[in-house]
Design a protein around this ligand. Structure first.
Ligand code: NCD
Length: 294
């Protein structure tokens, strides 16, 4: 837990009132398009691939008039043997106003730094900005301040998904009921939330379903794709069975035909492109939040 307000490794680093102010300012930024941080510098350092997260932080910064400096791991001194930790410590020594980091292992910050640090996804641990934008998209969809009485089903590789780990924490803080559906090797160790292992066990209407990509790059055991597709892919029949108002979400990148069918991904009750759209404003709100604390 980081209490300086500008180190966001986990959703736990934000208080309830900070989250509700962030959501309000994401709404304001979406509706106003103001540039106001003309001297600030955002640095992005992604040691794992990214499309949406990095570009949406960079878009958010451009919208706010913040300068952007992008670290490129492939052309960096990492090819000369420098570690991720040592690289991060050197980037912090340059004192950008904000550093967004994505890396393969848990993000730990030991240096006291002037820089606001935001976790852009660390291994299987957390992805706080994805959870913020997902929950923002849900509260907007339900036109509410929280997710009281909403049942959210998370399907797929929950064990290896940093998106799921941050979302489970944040959904619960917003009072949602969370149910996980996953094959045994993809279930979490924690038994705090109900785990189902078959679609047949999903009981009653679901308000939103979050589909997850199988994190093949993080699996130690073999993965039987055809069995996963047969038993866990969100196809149109399964989606319809969740209820006539259920919306579908996915953080991307999607493997169409594995965890979700094309028909569901492009369904009129799909919020998938809304998530990407909202991501820019939620990240802009978080950049402002960190700059206000510098
Ligand atoms: C996710 C990630 O990198 O954790 N993508 C994202 O940030 N939108 C999900 C994934 O890789 O499956």
């Amino acid at each position: 837990m980081h209490s300086d307000g500008k180190t966001i490794i986990s959703v736990d680093d934000l208080s309830d009132s900070q989250i509700s102010r962030l959501f309000k300012s994401a709404r304001d930024l979406r509706d106003q398009n103001i540039k106001k941080h003309l001297n600030a510098v955002l640095m992005t350092a992604f040691f794992e691939p990214s499309t949406r997260t990095r570009l949406s932080f960079e878009m958010a910064a451009h919208r706010l008039g913040i300068h952007v400096s992008t670290f490129d791991a492939s052309s960096s001194s990492m090819s000369k043997g420098e570690s991720e930790e040592e690289t991060i410590s050197n980037l912090l020594a340059m004192q950008p106003d904000i550093l967004v980091v994505r890396k393969k292992t848990p993000l730990k910050i030991s240096d006291a730094s002037k820089t606001g640090i935001i976790n852009g996804g660390d291994g299987t641990n957390e992805h706080p900005t994805q959870a913020l934008l997902d929950c923002f998209t849900l509260v907007e969809h339900f036109q509410s301040d929280n997710l009281k009485n909403k049942r959210i089903l998370i399907v797929g590789d929950v064990r290896h998904s940093r998106v799921a780990h941050s979302n489970i924490k944040l959904l619960k803080r917003l009072f949602a009921e969370v149910v996980v559906l996953a094959p045994a090797p993809f279930q979490m160790d924690s038994l705090e939330i109900p785990h189902l292992s078959s679609f047949d066990d999903v009981d009653g209407p679901i308000d939103a379903v979050m589909c997850l990509r199988v994190q093949k790059e993080r699996l130690s055991q073999s993965f039987h794709e055809s069995e996963f597709v047969r038993d866990f892919m969100m196809n149109i029949e399964r989606f319809r069975a969740l209820g006539e108002n259920c919306v579908v979400m996915h953080p991307g990148p999607m493997n169409i035909g594995i965890e979700i069918s094309d028909e569901v991904a492009t369904h009129q009750r799909s919020l998938i492109k809304k998530q990407v759209h909202n991501g820019v404003f939620v990240r802009a709100a978080l950049l402002e939040h960190c700059l206000q604390r510098n």
